[in-house]
Ligand binder design. Structure first.
Ligand code: PLP
Length: 449
């Protein structure tokens, strides 16, 4: 279907177009070489398609403006960090007010009470703690799980992603053995010592992994989102909960991406009952903030096994965690931005995006599929939606990915850099979606026979 020669030629053509249209970003990238590793503030920014990343000037709602003055439709939305749209007015106001009155004290502010209450209302768990990133929320949840269960291992899913959490950078090789994930920088130890890895949707593997009773916690996204969107099969979550309870393993659900399902994430929508829950990224309208929640039983065990004297050395913390600015931003986000109404706008638009892509795939007879979860849509280069991480990973096509990303960007559309994922903000318009459908069709036509 895909003509590889055409693909390579078109990619080179897109590169030339990109370089012609982005001279200011190029100039900034060159300046950045002097003092930043590979000329970027964050290592993975080198992965953007094109010869260099575009530099951003400003953003509002679902649009960003780059250094060369292009207004771009943003379907990346900071890979969920800006899922509420950039700079939502209500949040900007509350954030400015907080900044003017001090941002970090190592003391609580009243906002924390509202935030924790609202989190209980949405997710059902009574006790909450705050961090700056979802990575930290996951790391701390795992430490707590080990601490209160006295078990050495955790379980994660093949090709899952939970931030830079060492224990989860583990995949399965073709013999089913746990190995460090390719590209992982300097793992301290072989992750097989800390982590059991199984395929998503494989209940036999789950029971086999849990029955030795050495697994402190299962850490799972309720729907996999980091290797495409891989939904659970019917009954999977019920069985996951039953088996984790049966073998005394805690269930931690990571809602950092699946919050795209609705205001209470996939957990609320499907009445899931985790022991702990983690969430970061969009929860503070772009200000660094994340949370982890826990059941009464988990909270009691922590309280019974820790002391006031040693409470500052628990391997859990962060001077800026729970700071007043993050909390003010979370309060306004939960009360006025990440609301039921916001999802009522974004989810139908995501459905429209999905239908547009589906139509082109069908018209052209492409062996691709498109999946959706709430306001998140993803197309993937295999005929049927994947059932697990391996199936999805096997369809990964770097060359094709790079072309699709660059060709969309050259036509004023930004997709998430690591896969073909689009997030829809409440401020995204029907015109934005229609433009994507038109562009998608055009760039696909350029590379097929
Ligand atoms: C499901 C999930 N959890 C946690 C994280 C980590 O978030 P952060 O990089 O903000 O710490 C990510 C990041 O992509 C994620 O996808």
């Amino acid at each position: 279907m895909i003509n590889r020669q055409k693909l390579q030629e078109q990619y080179l053509k897109e590169i030339r177009e990109f370089e012609k249209n982005n001279p200011k970003s190029f100039e900034l990238f060159n300046q950045a070489q002097k003092n930043m590793l590979q000329g970027v503030p964050m290592n993975w920014m080198v992965k953007w398609a094109g010869s260099y990343p575009i530099s951003v000037i400003k953003a509002k709602g679902a649009h960003i403006v780059d250094a060369d003055g292009h207004e771009i439709i943003d379907f990346c939305l900071g890979d969920t960090g800006a899922m509420t749209g950039h700079a939502p007015d209500q949040a900007v106001k509350a954030i400015i007010e907080r900044v003017q009155n001090g941002t970090t004290f190592m003391l609580p502010t009243e906002d924390s009470i509202y935030v924790a209450q609202e989190l209980e209302r949405r997710f059902g768990l009574p006790y909450w703690q705050f961090t700056l990133t979802a990575t930290d929320a996951n790391r701390f949840a795992l430490r707590i799980a080990r601490h209160i269960t006295n078990r050495p291992k955790i379980l994660s899913y093949n090709w899952s992603y939970h931030g830079t959490v060492d224990e989860t950078f583990a995949t399965l090789n073709e013999n089913g053995e746990v190995i460090p994930r390719a590209g992982n920088i300097g793992p301290q130890i072989n992750p097989a010592l800390t982590t059991k890895v199984i395929e998503w949707n494989d209940l036999d593997a789950l029971e086999t992994a849990l029955k030795d009773r050495d697994v402190a916690a299962v850490l799972a996204e309720p729907v996999m989102t980091n290797i495409g969107i891989v939904h659970p099969e019917p009954g999977y979550h019920e069985a996951l909960r039953t088996l984790t309870r049966k073998y005394g393993t805690l269930l931690i659900l990571d809602e950092t991406h699946t919050i795209c399902t609705g205001p209470g994430g996939y957990t609320k929508e499907h009445n899931l009952k985790p022991d702990m829950l983690t969430l970061g990224k969009p929860i503070a309208s772009g200000i660094p903030a994340a949370v982890y929640g826990m059941s009464k039983e988990v909270a009691e065990k922590i309280i019974n096994t820790t002391t006031k004297e040693l409470s500052d050395t628990g391997g859990i913390g962060g001077t800026l965690a729970g700071n007043a600015l993050s909390l003010a931003a979370m309060r306004v986000t939960l009360s006025e931005v990440l609301t039921e109404e916001a999802y009522k706008k974004s989810i139908p638009l995501a459905e429209k995006f999905c239908q547009g892509v589906k139509k082109v795939i069908a018209e052209k007879g492409l062996p691709w599929n498109v999946t959706r979860l709430g306001n998140r849509v993803e197309y993937w280069f295999r005929q049927e939606p994947a059932k697990n991480g391996t199936e999805a990973a096997n369809a990964y096509d770097f060359e094709l990915d790079q072309y699709m990303h660059l060709a969309t960007l050259n036509r004023g559309i930004l997709m998430t850099p690591f896969h073909n994922m689009a997030l829809i903000a409440p401020q995204t318009t029907i015109e934005d979606i229609d433009k994507h459908t038109t562009v998608f069709k055009e760039i696909v036509e350029n590379i097929i026979d």
